[in-house]
Design a protein around this ligand. Structure first.
Ligand SMILES: [Zn+2]
Length: 325
């Protein structure tokens, strides 16, 4: 049931989306049929909005606790089995965090599995805001955190409608974004505390997946995803699969076939500790000094800067990869 495209060269491009058929023929010689999986960008946007409406999801805060309940309940709506990992972890500045990873599984008994992940916490301080007065304020994290989770909740909703042929685990990591402020010369692995915890103590003792896909900052209107450095190092064949799929779907404007910088993010620890090849689809901006979008770690990372079109293209790409397995 999950044959999503037949590749026969490059010719007539036939797009079927959400029931309506659009036909576009180019002058070519063979036929490529591209079927876009169902993915509702309005729904994904709604899932982003709900998270942001709780307020900054900074660990130990009330908004964080409320959002944890919401994410757990929403996963339970769609997934076959839901696990919640509760743990405490300590930040670079000695703050003890009460943290939670949530895992929603489809086809939990299936041996062949992949996982999809995003972090759901938001950064406690906007240390890259252009106004220094904002540097100790928490950010909404509409893009940095909530966008990846929003896409994954919509993917969960779609997987509940059209079950995949493989096992799929959706993982929401906590405590990703409490790393040292810019300018700190602290050494150590202070970012990604939730994924470090999971990589050392997965929700099931013998958990294995063939590969993983991490989404981080996937909602900006000018989003561009390069082959992030650690993804290429640890999982080049999966990078090729994802970017190849995106190009077949017509999304070469977002998925750029060029090397990007290596980014410290949840996938790094999963590659290193759990040794599951994991790719990061992460927005990199080669024109800013930080390497990221101008809203990154600023108070501008809010819902006004989330673009449904970017959520849509990322969601459809990831779903097409899942249904091609
Ligand atoms: Zn961040």
């Amino acid at each position: 049931m999950n044959k999503y495209w037949a590749l026969l060269g490059v010719v007539a491009l036939i797009l079927f989306s959400c029931g309506d058929k659009k036909e576009k023929k180019d002058n070519v010689t063979s036929e490529v049929e591209v079927v876009l999986p169902d993915f509702n960008a309005d729904s994904a946007f709604h899932f982003v909005q709900v998270q942001v409406d709780f307020g900054p999801r900074v660990p130990n805060s009330e908004a964080h606790a409320q959002c944890a309940d919401y994410l757990t309940q929403t996963l339970k709506l769609y997934c076959d089995t839901v696990y919640v990992q509760e743990y405490s972890t300590t930040t670079y500045n000695g703050v003890k965090l009460r943290a939670k990873n949530m895992i929603g599984s489809f086809n939990p008994k299936h041996e062949k599995r992949i996982f999809l992940a995003a972090h759901w916490d938001s950064r406690p301080y906007a240390d890259h805001d252009p106004d220094p007065a904002n540097h100790d304020k928490p950010i909404d994290g509409a893009n940095d955190g909530a966008s990846g989770v929003g896409v994954l909740l919509e993917i969960a909703r779609q997987l509940a409608i059209k079950n995949p042929n493989i096992g799929v685990d959706i993982i929401f990591f906590d405590a990703e974004d409490w790393g040292p402020p810019t300018g700190s010369d602290l050494n150590g692995d202070w970012w990604c505390l939730g994924s470090q915890y999971w990589a050392q103590s997965p929700h099931l003792d013998s958990y294995r997946a063939e590969y993983g896909i991490l989404l981080d900052m996937v909602g900006a209107s000018d989003a561009q995803f390069y082959h992030e450095g650690y993804s290429s190092h640890y999982a080049q064949s999966i990078v090729s699969k994802i970017w190849g799929t995106a190009h077949q779907l017509g999304f070469s404007d977002l998925f750029i076939n060029q090397p990007g910088n290596p980014i410290i993010d949840d996938h790094l620890y999963i590659n290193r500790i759990a040794k599951i090849p994991t790719v990061n689809i992460v927005h990199q901006d080669i024109y800013t000094g930080t390497g990221f979008n101008p809203t990154w770690h600023t108070l501008m990372d809010n819902i006004a800067h989330i673009d449904k079109n970017s959520l849509d293209k990322v969601g459809k790409t990831v779903l097409a990869v899942i249904y091609s397995e």
